[in-house]
Ligand binder design. Structure first.
Ligand SMILES: CC(C)(COP(=O)(O)OP(=O)(O)OC[C@H]1O[C@@H](n2cnc3c(N)ncnc32)[C@H](O)[C@@H]1OP(=O)(O)O)[C@@H](O)C(=O)NCCC(=O)NCCS
Length: 173
């Protein structure tokens, strides 16, 4: 299994959601709010997954992602390319910085990212993975760099009243 970690669609009746704590309030609130689950459609949007140590085992974390077309930073043209866009990711504090015994040399967070990379590789014409991160979120940035993401050359931009936001991407080779 890619990344040696179990994953499935997250559901709003997941009892763990209320105790989920990754230590970053925005992400905790995002997942706990269940706003990602569209009751009228009976599914999450963006698609939101729960990652577990194994089937019916403790929750490691959650991730919301979808495919989207974005301008490609290395391309001088205005043409857009398809990316797997990570909207939100959080690993529960019980598993942060923790090695995944089933994937030697990999933290659970890195195993989640390996799963996402496999999904991106399987998608036709997908060129990479992309996300936004607040430029003050040092741990997340360190993690993304470690697993192969790089900052967009444009640098951080002020998109809202919060800290500046940086686009980071991992191009699939
Ligand atoms: C981002 C996240 C998923 C990564 O999971 P993780 O288990 O912490 O990831 P890892 O332990 O594999 O990597 C974290 C890296 O940050 C480094 N780090 C830890 N504390 C740090 C700090 N204070 N400053 C800088 N780097 C730090 C770690 O040393 C590690 O790098 P290393 O393995 O090269 O030493 C997790 O931290 C998380 O859920 N954070 C809260 C939610 C969040 O910020 N989501 C991102 C929103 S864009």
């Amino acid at each position: 299994m890619a990344g040696e970690i179990f994953f499935e669609f997250a559901l709003p009746d997941d009892p763990f959601l209320d105790q989920f704590s990754c230590g970053y309030e925005t992400a905790d609130n995002y997942f706990r709010s269940r706003k990602w689950f569209k009751a009228d459609k009976g599914r999450s949007s963006p698609p939101t997954y729960v990652f577990r140590v194994g089937e019916d085992c403790p929750v490691v974390g959650y991730c919301a992602f979808d495919f989207g077309k974005q301008p490609h930073p290395d391309d001088a043209s205005e043409a857009k390319a398809r990316y797997l866009v990570i909207y939100m990711i959080g690993v529960d504090q019980a598993f942060r910085g923790t090695q995944n015994p089933l994937a030697p040399g990999e933290t659970y967070a890195a195993s989640i990212m390996a799963v996402l990379e496999d999904i991106a590789r399987a998608k036709q014409s997908c060129v990479g993975l992309s996300l936004w991160v607040r430029s003050t979120n040092e741990v997340a940035m360190a993690f993304y760099r470690k697993v192969g993401f790089a900052e967009d050359p444009g640098g951080p931009s002020q998109r809202d009243e919060g800290d500046p936001i940086l686009t980071m991407r991992k191009i699939l080779t």
